[in-house]
Structures are given as structure tokens and as C-alpha cells.
Design a protein around this ligand. Sequence first.
Ligand code: SAH
Ligand code: SF4
Length: 359
Amino acid sequence: MNNKNPIFFKEQIIKLLSSKGDDFNGLLNAGFNAKLLSIGNTVHFRGLIEFSNICSKNCFYCGIRSGNKKLTRYELNEQEIIDAAIFAYNNRFGSIAFQGGERTGKEYAKKIEKIIKRIKQLSNNNLGITLSLGEQSSETYKRWYESGAHRYLLRIETSNKELFSKIHPNDKNHIFEKRLECLYKIKELGYQTGTGVMIGLPYQTLDNLADDILFMTNFKVDMVGMGPFIEHADTPFYQPETDILPLKERFDLTLKMTAIMRILMPDINLVASTAMQAIDPLGREKALLSGANIMMPNITPSKYRDNYKLYENKPGRFENPDDSLSLLSNSITKVNHKIGWEEWGDSKHYKKNICENLV
Ligand code: SAH
Ligand code: SF4
């Protein structure tokens, strides 16, 4: 590929995103081979703790948006979070990830800080911690980093400002520039920084997705978490005003995006997202075979899972953590991958950049 000429390069990405048949399979294989060459066939786990479904935002696509009054809101207490972290530790996970609705404020920041410190202490610093708790102040990001969290995932959702304004309310809580600024703050503080987009959104074009790929490569992201958009019945996007791609096409497009990202950035961490599994029971395994290397098994206490429904058909909502884990381990082995038990599985891309900056 010629990436000296940006327009030519973007056209090539669009062509790849349009591929079908043998070209489609060839692209996925190329993504898989790029992964094997750069980081091998090990999958690293981030035990996902869905901390709370209380959210101050109202994103049009999301089932836990503040405008959804049908939902019972919850927040895990400190002990429930510690128990989930201990479950991860005892089951030889290298890392956990906290995800939740967006909230801010001193009390909230302090609570998270205390929990991060406690988990680091209880696990003798052996559990790595990823956060995905939305937009925060520099001070909060700093405190959480200094407490021991070392990765942060904040999806830009789309790198196109106009599209961003169509998928979010037009108010001070949903500002594209602010989200972008947060990503730079996170990176500057030293977190391994992850971003990503939803694929198959209403109003989204292949041109937008090609721009998303270019955005992530130019940003020099360390981790990518992307997934198909899936409708949720209690959101404005359940029946959007515009045509959207059938689920199967959103799924295939996500595999193509995964393969292209892996080819362009061979040493990043790339998540096989749970939303893939919501469309196809083997969705995450197919993502591994297209270049993904990270999975986020859900270890949220089962009684809360039904209330953390970002989209319809979210898998594993009624299983307990032990069941989910054994099912997942078996299916990973079946596609000839191994699990990096007890390893953090940090982004090689991040490590390389740190070393380059030291010399
Ligand atoms: N509140 C935080 C983290 C929780 S939401 C944040 O927004 O950053 C995590 C991710 O879920 C979002 O970034 C979004 O990309 C994804 N998501 C939300 N609704 C979705 C839907 N309907 N289909 C697919 N992904 C969705
Ligand atoms: Fe809240 Fe995140 Fe859902 Fe937006 S995507 S409504 S910020 S949980």
C-alpha cells in the first residue's frame, strides 16, 4: 500500500472495506497473519466489571442512556467489586477492566481511586487495571493513574464531527472536541491509550470508517476496541430515520476493520468485542482469526447483568462468571489460540513508543 499519498491511501482502505468473496477472506487472513507475525496467537483477558449503569449522558444509541426510564439503575458496592477482582485473580486473569456509565465529581473519583488501590494491594500488584469510565477531568485521570490503573479505553465513537453530532444530543454533555481532548489527556498522562468506533451506525459511510482508521493510526493508539452498532429497543436509534446495514453486514464490516487495523498497526492490542458475539455466537473467535488479540470476559455479578444492556441480545447476561469462563476457554482453544494466563498482555506498541522516547 502507498501511504505517501493520503487520498490514494484512503481510497485503498475504502476498497478493502468493500471487499467480498475471496477478497474478503484474503483480507481477514492477512489480518490474522499480521497478528501471528507480530504478537503470536496468545489471547489476553480483561475481566470486565460493569461497575454501574448510572449515566449522566444520553447518547442516542445506548441502552443505559439517562433518558431510558425503564431501567433499574445500580452501582456495585466496594465489596462486590473486590469480590469480582478476586474472582479474576483466583482464575489467573492478568487484568481486569472497569466499565460504566459516565459520572463525575469528587466523591465518585475518590471511590474509584480507593477501589483501584485496594485491588492493587490485594493482588500484590499482579492484576493490571484498565478503565473505561468516560470523560473525566485531568485531575481525576491523574489520580486514577497514580493509584495504579494503567490503561484507559475511551472510544471516540466516530472520528467525524458531523456524524458525532448526529448520534449524540446537541448539548454541552456531548461535545466532540471534549472527547478528543480527553483522549490526548489520557495519552499524555502515560496510560496505554485505547479508542475505537461503532461500525454500522445510522448515517455512517465507508468513507467515515476509512477516516476512523486513519484517525486511529495518526493518533498512534495503543489499543483499539471497535464493535458493530446494535439497536436497543428503548433508544431513539431503535428505528432510525435512515436505512442501516443488516446486522450480518455490520458484523462483516467489523471483521474487515479489525483486519485492516491489524495490518496497519501490527503491534497494538485489539479487542474481539462482546457485541460481535451478540450477532454471531462465534463472533469473538472470528475476530481473533481476523487479527484481534484481547477478550473481555464478563465477570460482573450475574444479578446485575441484565441491567447493563447497552444493546439488544447482549450475550452471557444470565450466566454466572464460572460458566462464561469455561465456555470461552474451550472456544478459544478450538480456534488454535492460547490464553495468556496471569500475564498483563500490555500493548507492544505502547512499550515500543516508551523505549523510543527514552533514547
Ligand atoms: N460510558 C463509557 C463506557 C461505557 S459504554 C463511555 O461511553 O465511554 C462503552 C461503549 O459501548 C461505548 O463506547 C459505545 O461504543 C458502546 N455502545 C453503546 N451503545 C451501543 C450499541 N447500541 N451498540 C454497540 N455498542 C454500543
Ligand atoms: Fe452513557 Fe457511555 Fe452509554 Fe453514552 S455510551 S449513554 S456515556 S454509558
